[in-house]
Design a protein around this ligand. Structure first.
Ligand SMILES: NC(=O)C1=CN([C@@H]2O[C@H](COP(=O)(O)OP(=O)(O)OC[C@H]3O[C@@H](n4cnc5c(N)ncnc54)[C@H](OP(=O)(O)O)[C@@H]3O)[C@@H](O)[C@H]2O)C=CC1
Ligand SMILES: Cc1cn([C@H]2C[C@H](O)[C@@H](COP(=O)(O)OP(=O)(O)O[C@H]3O[C@@H](C)C(=O)[C@@H](O)[C@H]3O)O2)c(=O)[nH]c1=O
Length: 281
């Protein structure tokens, strides 16, 4: 089995590189942005012709939600054009692509299903949605895995930001009116590997996050509880924490489709968070 990981220095790429150790018989190729810029069509074509992967797990993305509002060109290049080149040159290999809850506007009263209408609020979400469409148009075999609020041991994420802030201040304000589900990169990595183990799944879009529902405030509160940090956590509304990009007020994902396809149980977000916080503290 030949597996190419693009954007290998991402949170999820690093998590996959740990899990790759459990599959020493597979031929893993981890490529960072320096080694493979997915916006460079001729390089993508060359690497795919040489390596002939059975699977690509595309972890490369422009993920700076606020900066994307100004850096429109690069956000679209990485999040839309990159997936287009991977799809166009993969032949009969299987593309596993990661997308986001930010393709939704947050107006749904219930958890989002895969076929629900999309309406991103910002450039990041728009560019990721365009990437999904490129894949649907051009890839022969693919799964688009939409996930949300990724955190883990590697890279930068909300967990790390909260722990860093707690070293500098005794009072932290966090929004209560954005509701979603934190997702541990280790659980997502396991889901991606399960897809490879099944030799691919039915072409389409799937939702994956941990189980449960949280606001960013709930997420922060649990982080500090599990880390044994005693500080003042102030609940605020999103308008009191102005950001360049608008974020959905609600982006809980319904995971029935992937659970049926893969037949697995997904841990509750608190269960995974507790383990991660204990591991990194
Ligand atoms: N983070 C989150 O909360 C969520 C993320 N997702 C999606 O999950 C995926 C992985 O996210 P995450 O692990 O957080 O990613 P990170 O932000 O941790 O990493 C993204 C990686 O992509 C690399 N990259 C940027 N541009 C290119 C390029 N042109 N060619 C190749 N590599 C490039 C970056 O390199 P460099 O750092 O050198 O620029 C970086 O290593 C993305 O598709 C993201 O949209 C979905 C939902 C939530
Ligand atoms: C740091 C901080 C953030 N917040 C708020 C701002 C925002 O509404 C929310 C999350 O902030 P962040 O900037 O850490 O996370 P953000 O970049 O919005 O996270 C998103 O990233 C992209 C890539 C995705 O795909 C999404 O699923 C989601 O994970 O928390 C506070 O209320 N207080 C704080 O001290």
């Amino acid at each position: 089995m030949k597996i190419l990981i693009t954007g290998s220095k991402s949170q999820i790429g690093k998590e996959l590189s740990q899990r790759a150790l459990n599959f020493p018989d597979w031929d893993w190729k981890f490529m960072s942005k320096k080694e493979l810029d997915i916006t460079d069509e001729s390089k993508v074509k060359q690497i795919l012709e040489e390596f002939q992967p059975d699977f690509i797990i595309n972890c490369a993305a422009y993920t700076a939600v606020d900066k994307a509002e100004d850096a429109t060109e690069i956000a679209y290049k990485v999040n839309s054009e990159g997936p287009k080149w991977l799809s166009a040159h993969l032949g009969n290999g299987f593309l596993i692509h990661i997308s986001t809850d930010f393709v939704f506007d947050g107006n749904s009263p219930i958890a989002y299903q895969e076929e629900d209408g999309t309406s991103p609020l910002g450039v990041y979400g728009h560019s990721k949605l365009k990437g999904e469409k490129e894949i649907q148009d051009k890839a022969n075999r693919y799964a688009i895995i939409r996930t949300s609020w990724l955190y883990g041991e590697y890279g930068q994420n909300f967990l790390k930001t909260m722990l860093d802030l707690s070293k500098k201040t005794n009072t932290i304000s966090v929004v209560t009116d954005q509701i979603g589900t934190p997702t541990f990169t280790g659980d997502l990595a396991q889901c991606l590997i399960d897809i490879v183990l099944k030799n691919g799944i039915t072409n389409g879009t799937y939702h994956f996050s941990n189980e449960g529902v949280a606001s960013w405030y709930d997420f922060a509160q649990s982080i500090f509880e599990y880390a044994g940090k005693n500080l003042e956590l102030k609940p605020i509304k999103a308008y009191e924490y102005p950001t360049q990009a608008k974020r959905p007020h609600f982006s809980v994902l319904d995971k029935s489709k992937i659970k049926n396809e893969l037949g697995f149980k997904i841990p509750h977000w608190r269960e995974s968070l507790k383990k991660v916080v204990v591991d990194i503290s």
